[in-house]
Design a binder for this molecule. Structure first.
Ligand code: NAG
Ligand code: NAG
Ligand code: NAG
Ligand code: NAG
Length: 344
């Protein structure tokens, strides 16, 4: 361990990526937790490369032909559950997503991005790697954070990287809560997922998809603690931000004040979780993490930096054909897959 740290202290760098990926698919598939299962238990919203499928193995960066991410070498897949609104009459409606702010060229807004998420790869925080080399993930790497089975406040408190922000405007940050906001939010709800960034250095995955990783994140993009000896390799700190446009439901809150939002697995806010399958081509992610670029300085839609980029129109064009054909939108009498959800 000590030798490892000494060896790598040489090349200090400060890259921080923040970029948009539009939606590549929205359906009941989960190649990480339920590989080969068609359909999987609950609906996901997915961004990234179009190799996304019920079964995904090997080097995803070498599969597929396009990506919905601004960086054209990023064929990774990123996904979360989907948020639904439960009307007091018992019907459900999928909450639409909208793109985060300042993701167009040079940090301008790009409202034409098709839904999706904002993805971050940072170091210990935005501006420092804590004098530690950041090692990019290896082909085949995958992980999850959070779990649909968590349903207590104590569980949620234990994961400071999994939070919600009640958006007063698209730029609201901070004021994070461990559960869905208790009142209607003027500009929607941002769901935040910070992944663990300490790796055991050996396993590309683990049976629970989590124990090969260790989290020292304090949430809120604050500086993370040091990696433990069991998981000594600092990898990029990945975070997702998903902007859920809840505003169409603001006049429909139940009269008894009961929380109307549920995740697609029929769970409350505490069960929030997210999945990641690494798929950057070649050494592109390591090249970026070795650089000192920050956000748009690394490249933004249509403007090259250390990373190659594409335009918003090109991002939006990439899609995966649905394997699971069922209604996920409009007013539904039950959630997709609800009949099979027992005890959640
Ligand atoms: C997904 O997997 C099926 C086989 O299960 C295959 O026929 C199909 O081509 C795959 N799609 C993609 C996009 O790889
Ligand atoms: C519940 O309310 C929504 C919104 O008014 C409506 O579209 C839907 O049909 C209602 N569902 C039932 C079962 O009445
Ligand atoms: C959010 O939803 C409302 C109501 O449907 C819509 O008018 C508005 O344009 C949406 N906002 C964004 C940023 O997409
Ligand atoms: C990244 O930096 C490390 C340490 O300085 C170096 O060994 C490696 O070759 C670099 N990789 C790339 C792709 O630039």
């Amino acid at each position: 361990m000590k030798r490892f740290a000494l060896l790598l202290n040489a090349g200090l760098s400060h890259a921080a990526l923040r970029f948009a990926c539009s939606t590549v698919s929205l359906q009941r598939l989960d190649p990480l937790v339920e590989p080969g299962q068609i359909p999987s238990a609950h609906v996901h919203q997915i961004v990234g490369g179009n190799a996304f499928n019920a079964t995904m193995t090997g080097d995803i960066g070498e599969q597929g032909s396009c990506t919905t991410c601004a960086y054209t070498e990023d064929f990774s897949n990123y996904w979360t559950a989907v948020m639904y609104f439960r009307h007091e009459n018992g019907s459900y409606h999928r909450v639409p997503q909208y793109p985060n702010a300042q993701l167009g060229t040079d940090g301008r807004d790009a409202p034409d991005i098709n839904a999706g998420m904002t993805i971050y790869y940072t170091q210990k925080d935005f501006s420092s790697n804590g004098k530690q080399h950041i090692t990019a993930f290896k082909p085949g790497f995958r992980m999850t954070v959070g779990a649909p089975t968590r349903n207590t406040l104590a569980d949620a408190r234990a994961e400071p990287g999994l939070r919600y922000t009640c958006l007063q405007s698209i730029l609201t940050r901070g004021s994070e809560t461990p559960d869905f906001p208790a009142r209607p939010c003027p500009a929607g709800i941002m769901a935040i997922h910070h992944f663990p960034a300490c790796w055991d250095g050996k396993n590309l995955d683990s049976p629970d998809h989590q124990s090969h990783m260790y989290s020292t994140t304090k949430g809120g993009f604050r500086e993370a603690g040091p990696c433990p000896a069991s998981h000594p390799v600092r990898v990029p700190q990945i975070a997702y931000e998903t902007m859920w446009n809840t505003t169409m439901f603001n006049g429909m809150w139940p009269k008894d004040g009961k929380q109307p939002f549920v995740w697609s697995f029929m769970g409350n806010g505490y069960g929030t979780h997210a999945d990641y399958v690494f798929g950057w081509k070649g050494d592109s992610l390591q090249r970026a993490m070795n650089d000192t670029c920050m956000f748009h300085g690394c490249g933004s839609p249509g403007k090259q930096g250390i990373l190659k980029t594409q335009t918003v129109a090109e991002m939006n064009k990439c899609a995966v054909q649905r394997t699971v054909v069922e209604e996920t939108d409009g007013w539904l009498t039950e959630l997709p897959g609800q009949a099979q959800m027992t005890g959640m």
